[in-house]
Design a protein around this ligand. Structure first.
Ligand SMILES: [Zn+2]
Ligand SMILES: [Zn+2]
Length: 343
């Protein structure tokens, strides 16, 4: 088949999906999307691919409670523009990505401290917003339904590629909570998992090849600083960086004068300036639910939690303990936010 022949794939989302299926590995798919490899007979619409990398967190004591969504979004064309000169450690590519972090309003008071500790206040990329499930779903829908031509709905939607690390867990959780399953969106043309890419690359779990590689070890392989992990915005970024590095460099990372640490520090700083979402709200107090301050600045006096009150047991003197500690102190909370007995 000569390269001048028209593509056998129709210029539709389904056509792009069928075309990507002909690229045998996930790494090769991402290399094509980033413009590292060209593939004959690609439909033109494939140039408009949008990539979303997703990570989520759930409350460790109740996995039905979604606490965070991290999502990194980029137009593949924005990265391809820099692919001839990606810069040290892909720096020029990483600056083209939008980094978003959402804490789910109804569960923002649920902080994982025990089994999978991660503090959402330590988000390092972009700016944290607080969103309801409905707002979270609207945000995801926006990320998965970009217009091919901004403002011209008649030109159709961009084909979308989803990246995740053990994405199945995140996708199931999103489907159960906000009611949006990323892989099932009808714009999705391919799903890429960094655990599968790592297998293709021969990067294994240090415990043995039979175990899936974790995000910590994958990040370490590429010298990506795995700071403030287990919060969704940071883990999404570490997943995106790992995926791009595997596509760019394969298994062996070249050495640049500018270190990965320096590149990531710069990306953190600049991402806060341009990754601005208008979904949800920028401030929220998980203690009193006001939208004009954070927990650290809360001075509100709360009515005593009814559940905690009911659970009081008499002290040695036969009297019930005072309710003071849960009306004024840092541990004070509203009845509906009570996590008594679970942390
Ligand atoms: Zn407050
Ligand atoms: Zn309580």
């Amino acid at each position: 088949m000569s390269s001048s022949q028209a593509t056998p794939f129709p210029e539709t989302i389904a056509g792009v999906r069928d075309f990507l299926r002909t690229i045998p590995t996930q790494t090769a798919k991402l290399r094509y999307i980033l413009g590292l490899d060209s593939v004959e007979n690609a439909p033109k619409l494939a140039n408009s691919i949008v990539v979303n990398c997703i990570d989520t967190e759930h409350y460790e004591w109740d996995s039905s409670k979604l606490t965070e969504i991290g999502i990194n979004t980029f137009a593949s064309g924005d990265l391809r523009q820099h692919i001839a000169n990606p810069g040290p450690n892909g720096e020029n590519l990483l600056h083209q990505i939008y980094y978003y972090h959402f804490r789910m309003l109804p569960n923002a008071h649920c902080i994982n401290k025990r089994f999978c500790p991660g503090n959402p206040e330590n988000n390092r990329f972009g700016n944290t917003r607080f969103a309801t499930y409905v707002q979270g779903k609207a945000m995801l829908e926006e990320c998965f339904y970009w217009d091919v031509t901004a403002g011209r709905a008649q030109d159709g939607k961009c084909p979308t590629v989803v990246i995740g690390h053990a994405l199945r867990n995140d996708a199931d959780g999103l489907a159960r909570t906000v009611g949006f399953e990323p892989e099932a969106a009808d714009t999705v043309v391919a799903v890429i998992d960094t655990q599968q890419m790592a297998r293709e690359m021969g990067i294994y779990n240090p415990a043995g090849a039979r175990n899936e590689v974790g995000l910590r070890d994958l990040s370490a392989h590429f010298d990506i600083p795995y700071r403030d992990s287990h919060t969704a915005g940071n883990d999404a970024a570490y997943t995106t960086f790992s995926a791009i590095y595997m596509a760019l460099y394969g298994r062996i990372m070249p050495t640049f004068t500018k270190s990965v640490l320096e590149v990531v520090d710069d990306v953190e700083k600049s991402s806060r300036l341009y990754s601005i979402s208008d979904h949800g709200i920028p401030r929220y107090c998980t203690r009193c639910h006001a939208a004009n301050h954070f927990l650290s600045g809360c001075r509100a006096r709360l009515p005593p939690c009814e559940k905690c009150q009911a659970r009081r047991r008499p002290e040695a003197n036969g009297k019930l303990p005072d309710v003071h500690w849960f009306t004024k102190g840092r541990k004070a909370h509203r009845t509906e936010d009570c996590t008594w007995g679970s942390s």
